[in-house]
Design a protein around this ligand. Structure first.
Ligand SMILES: C[S@@+](CC[C@H](N)C(=O)[O-])C[C@H]1O[C@@H](n2cnc3c(N)ncnc32)[C@H](O)[C@@H]1O
Length: 359
């Protein structure tokens, strides 16, 4: 656990921002609480809420968000994209841009980036533990089946991709490599992210492989950022979140002063918040890190700190905590929407707890 809490674990895009947009319907007047992760709260600024509080228990995730905010404020899009590593640049150029940005940071973020200049130099979007692990997996994949992966990303016609995936993709050798790479042993000792093993209720390798297969039958590989990250080791140009597009950043930049960055435990934060503080909750897959007892504390916190009529969206990755019956009338789930979002999410390996706070 300790290694996880002292490093940058998520640095690019691990969730499909459209899902939270559909689930939460954020708009003017909203007060949003969002898990920070790799910068996901920035996308929630797009529809113009009054306030977004970004919270993460890991200081490096807050430091990343401070870096992204400072870069978005100071740089025009082309420089911002190359500084983060979305487009090419040099270490020296990124270092030259970093120095004046550091002045705007809080002491913790400044100390973090002073000590981790090399992450910025290589392009910070590539620097998370998750990104490095899956880039390694993608290298392995391209080593054992270079032709098939090239072909998969060449399809522009979904029916042709479907036929290829049904007939040629899911071989015994591929299943074996995938399931070893995503075995509990490798995940625990190489990746070291508790989300992948601490409370996993399903077998990671098989689960991710089967979900990816379903996704490849419904979305072109080249239009899916997650398939691209895990099989090519890079983001898909045609499937970027607003915070990484020219148009998106133009709108988000104007709203950066509505963002507050907090480092801390989301449950403690909710328990200390006044009733009705938030109207929207974007809680990523925090249950991946929680026992059943703490999962219920999280839900109690949402019910307490949430305004009547508010909305919540929680992702479930490998854990399957039980939703307590006693809260069913307070946090009113929307099963049809949950199923639709799970089907459509380009990050394909999530189930959802989505709904409205009774009022
Ligand atoms: C799986 S990650 C989300 C990353 C994400 N998929 C993305 O797109 O960036 C979940 C995040 O929740 C944070 N986290 C876990 N437990 C937490 C807690 N109790 N309070 C606040 N943040 C927590 C982790 O540090 C991590 O950054």
């Amino acid at each position: 656990m300790s290694r996880f809490f002292s490093t940058l674990n998520y640095s690019s895009v691990n969730e499909d921002w459209r899902t939270e947009a559909r689930a939460l319907e954020v708009g003017p007047g909203d007060r949003v609480l969002a898990i920070t992760g790799g910068g996901r709260p920035l996308d929630l600024l797009l529809p113009g809420p009054d306030r977004v509080v970004a919270i993460d228990a890991v200081p490096a995730q807050s430091a990343l968000l401070e870096l992204e905010v400072a870069a978005m404020r100071a740089l025009h899009f082309d420089a911002y994209a190359s500084f983060l590593g979305l487009t090419p640049s040099s270490r020296a150029e990124r270092g030259r841009i970093l120095d004046p940005l550091l002045a705007a940071f809080g002491p913790e973020a400044r100390a973090f980036w002073d000590a981790h200049r090399s992450l910025v130099g290589r392009g910070v979007l590539r620097g998370g533990r998750w990104e490095r692990f899956f880039r390694m997996g993608s290298l392995l994949g391209r080593l054992v089946r270079p032709g098939k992966i090239r072909r998969l990303f060449a399809f522009e016609d979904l029916d042709a991709q479907r036929a290829f995936v049904r007939e040629r993709w899911d071989t015994a050798g591929w299943r074996w490599i995938n399931d070893v790479f995503l075995s509990r042993l490798v995940l625990r000792h190489v990746l070291g992210d508790p989300a992948f093993h601490a409370h996993a209720a399903v077998e990671p390798g098989r689960f991710v492989r089967e979900r990816m297969q379903e996704s490849l039958l419904s979305v072109l590989a080249r239009d899916n950022f997650m398939v691209s990250l895990t099989l090519r080791g890079r983001l898909a140009e045609r499937d970027l979140p607003p915070r990484l597009t020219r148009q998106g950043t133009a709108a988000i930049r104007k709203r950066l002063d509505r963002l507050e960055i907090v480092t801390g435990d989301v449950i403690a934060h909710l328990e200390a918040a006044a009733p009705g503080t938030y109207t929207r909750f974007s809680l990523s897959d925090v249950p991946s890190y929680l026992s059943q007892e703490d999962f219920e504390r999280l839900l109690d916190g949402v019910a307490r700190a949430g305004a009547p009529g508010g909305r919540f969206c929680i992702r479930l990755f490998l854990s399957r905590p039980r939703f307590p019956e006693r809260l069913a009338g307070v946090l009113v789930r929307e099963p049809d929407l949950e199923r639709r979002l799970a089907r459509e999410d380009h990050a394909f390996a999530y189930d959802f707890i989505v709904g409205r706070i009774a009022g």
